[in-house]
Design a protein around this ligand. Structure first.
Ligand SMILES: Nc1ncnc2c1ncn2[C@@H]1O[C@H](COP(=O)(O)OP(=O)(O)OP(=O)(O)O)[C@@H](O)[C@H]1O
Length: 299
């Protein structure tokens, strides 16, 4: 058995106005990685390389133990890919698609599970794809993918455009699927809340570079918001561990990476009164990490 579902080693891919640069990234078997990045960050490019749809200009890619793109067919048997725009036949019913996938993957297709998903996703097998809402189409695509039990699920913005009820149905099913420890998931989204719910590892990318990749708890532990009342003469700057500083009169808010007791004691000794020390949401961490990286790149 392979320890890693995928491995990127110094992977780069150039386009005329964009470059995915020097990506080193790996996902342990059974892991769930949330891939978060702003528009145009390179998430889909990374996923396309992973699927063997485009080749890297430099570096090596291994998926389920197979070199990509050379052995992509062998790897793809065990990959389930779902995206916002699923390519389904508009004039055919969901039932027709289920029979088709069942014939293509006779050993993998699990009709009992497919029927369970039909109910969980509130879908009608006899309905034609063209008569479905966006959310029903996305859920149909996920059903077709999940019911063949792929070892590696690649989800490119699967919850985008879904209403809150459909999003919950999809996320609940993902969480259920994850009970199987052999299964790995890469989940790309703008919606940090969805990613936060199901991922154990988070990767932030921005402008084609990897900002940071770590387990979720470490990210949450690393960042704090400190609100305090500060005397005018207290000198504070956004540098070192302080990544952002907002001063409004005597009220100061800091975003700090790696807050220590010593830092708090120093501020108190200089006359500051600490009011709150809070955790950041994943979305705030994402923004703070991207800004810290951009400032580092520009300095
Ligand atoms: N075939 C291509 N030719 C030229 N440039 C491309 C091509 N494919 C992608 N790009 C560029 O690569 C950059 C990254 O695109 P990508 O789709 O990977 O971003 P993304 O993070 O998935 O963005 P979004 O969240 O908006 O979907 C963009 O600037 C895009 O214009």
């Amino acid at each position: 058995m392979n320890d890693y579902t995928f491995q990127f080693d110094k992977v780069s891919r150039r386009y005329p106005h964009f470059q995915l640069q020097d990506i080193n990234l790996k996902l342990p078997t059974g892991g769930i990685m949330g891939l978060i990045g702003p528009n145009g960050a390179g998430k889909s490019t990374l996923i396309r390389i992973l699927m063997g749809l485009i080749a890297a200009d430099e570096g090596t890619v291994t998926v389920l133990g197979q070199p990509i793109p050379e052995q992509q067919q062998a790897a793809k048997r065990h990959i389930g890919f779902a995206s916002e725009d699923m390519r389904l036949y508009k004039n055919a019913t969901l039932d027709w698609h289920m029979s088709l996938i069942g014939r293509i993957y006779p050993e993998q297709w699990d009709s009992k599970y497919a029927n369970h998903l039909l109910k969980a996703f509130d879908l009608i097998a006899e309905q034609k794809i063209k008569g479905m809402s966006h959310g029903q189409r996305v859920k149909s695509g996920l059903l077709l993918m999940l019911a063949r039990h792929p070892k590696f699920l690649i989800l490119d913005e699967p919850t985008t455009g879904l209403d809150p009820v459909a999003r919950k149905e999809v996320l609940n099913e993902m969480i259920a699927v994850l009970q199987d420890e052999e299964r790995s998931i890469l989940f790309s989204s703008h919606n940090t809340q969805d990613v936060e719910q199901i991922s154990d590892q988070i990767t932030f990318i921005d402008r084609g570079t990897l900002v940071s990749s770590n387990d979720k708890e470490s990210f949450i532990e690393e960042w704090r918001r400190v609100r305090m009342r500060t005397p005018e003469n207290l000198m504070l700057q956004a540098d070192g561990n302080i990544k952002e500083l907002i001063r409004q009169g005597a009220n100061t808010t800091l975003l700090v990476r790696g807050l220590t007791d010593q830092m708090v004691t120093d501020w108190q000794q200089q006359g500051a009164t600490i009011q709150h020390i809070d955790y950041l949401s994943l979305e705030e961490i994402f923004v703070a990490e991207v800004e810290a990286k951009r400032q580092g790149d520009n300095s």
